[in-house]
Design a protein around this ligand. Structure first.
Ligand code: NAD
Ligand code: TYD
Length: 352
């Protein structure tokens, strides 16, 4: 048996593939376009592992995807591939529409054709699992209840709008063509291999290299954080036992204001890797111009997944963030290798 994982060289996709092969012997075909966010070093531990095959390609390339499906006959396709950074979507939405909307559409077309040609037993066992985000639900008022699966879609950024569009296409392919789909909407992830443009790895990297720790606006925006390996275990659970055509929210009940997250990171670093001048990393915190259209609060109600499928996160925010800081301290070469010209160009555009 085989699964096809798109976006397998990105942050969550690579964690998923590594965890999958640590838990199963089932073969994984990884498909990734290797944009700035894709990094084959994330999968370096799998070199020589016959259970893993990496293919460089675009989910929007119908011929490539169709050929892969025919050759490897997967029993499931898991779609992680996306443009994923909100700030980049504000500067340049085009790539988000191309990959997240048009790319997902082409992927669905290829998968639908492949699925329709399977024998009836394999056709009913087949799954297309679409990995999405809580950002499709928009921004919550401070005292509002957390997002359930019934919450209205109210995306506010080009990123979240493009993910919302892809969720709707996935839903439509189930309702119109019967494709056996599952969708997960997860809160903010953090952990190993997180690209250092996102808040947590950016702050760790900037702290250690003596740079400012940029907080947008007043730093009181709230995100609901989940350790990436808990997201991966949730996806495995939904793939195994999720009800076809349904969506499942994934989250760890860890709402934190951005400023609190950054201060926590500073405090852990003060313990684990103190500054040579004896001062706290908190001295590097700098308030900068807010993100346009910045969503104020996200919070996920994951009780359906817990109740119906028996999933629970293994990490608290405290245990997960400590592991994450330790991983970055132990893997500074991974971050150094990423700081390519393209990455530096982005930092210049965003923060100067
Ligand atoms: P990422 O940006 O780290 O990785 C995305 C991967 O997709 C990269 O390897 C990139 O090369 C690849 N890719 C981009 N365009 C492609 C294309 N056209 N064809 C094939 N591959 C392509 O993103 P991530 O944080 O790992 O997110 C993975 C998925 O999870 C996304 O769909 C995202 O919307 C969703 N998600 C992310 C979070 C989070 O906090 N990071 C939370 C919830 C949901
Ligand atoms: P980010 O990691 O980009 O994820 P998302 O926008 O998808 O939630 O940002 C997390 C939060 O941190 C978000 O409210 C924006 C904020 N933020 C900063 O304050 N400073 C930064 O330099 C970055 C990258 C993000």
């Amino acid at each position: 048996m085989t699964i096809l994982v798109t976006g397998s060289a990105g942050f969550i996709g690579s964690n998923f593939v590594l965890d999958w092969l640590a838990n199963h012997d089932e073969k994984v075909i990884g498909l990734d376009k290797l944009t700035y966010a894709g990094n084959l070093q994330n999968l370096a531990d799998l070199e020589g592992d016959e259970r893993h095959l990496f293919v460089h390609g675009d989910i929007g390339d119908l011929a490539t995807v169709s050929a892969l499906l025919e050759r490897h006959q997967p029993r499931a396709v898991l779609n992680f591939a996306a443009e994923s950074h909100v700030d980049r979507s504000i500067h340049g939405p085009e790539d988000f529409i191309q990959t997240n909307v048009v790319g997902t559409f082409h992927l669905l077309q290829a998968v639908r054709e492949y699925w329709a040609g399977l024998d009836s037993e394999r056709r009913s066992a087949f799954r297309f699992l679409h990995v999405s985000t809580d950002e499709v639900y928009g921004s919550l008022e401070p005292d509002a209840a957390a997002f359930t699966e019934q919450h209205r879609y109210e995306p506010n950024s080009p990123y979240s709008a493009s993910k919302a569009a892809s969720d709707h296409l996935v839903r439509a392919y189930h309702h119109t063509y019967g494709l056996p789909v599952l969708t997960t909407n997860c809160s903010n992830n953090y952990g190993p291999y997180h690209f250092p443009e996102k808040l947590i790895p950016l702050v760790i990297h900037n702290a250690l290299t003596g740079k400012p720790l940029p907080i947008y606006g007043d730093g009181q925006q709230i995100r609901d954080w989940l350790y990436v390996k808990d997201h991966c275990s949730a996806i495995r659970r939904v793939l195994d036992a999720g009800k076809v055509g349904e969506t499942y929210n994934v989250g760890g009940w860890n709402e934190k204001a951005n400023l609190d997250v950054v201060q926590t990171l500073c405090d852990i670093l003060d313990q684990e890797s103190p500054r040579s001048d004896g001062r706290s990393y908190r001295d590097q915190i700098t308030f900068v111009k807010d993100r346009p259209g910045h969503d104020r609060r996200y919070a996920i109600d994951a009780s359906r997944l817990e109740r119906e499928l028996g999933w629970k996160p293994a990490e608290t925010f405290e245990s997960g963030i400590a592991k994450t800081v330790r991983w970055y301290l132990d893997n500074q070469a991974w971050v150094d290798n990423i700081t390519s010209g393209a990455y530096r160009e982005w930092l210049d555009k965003q923060y100067k």
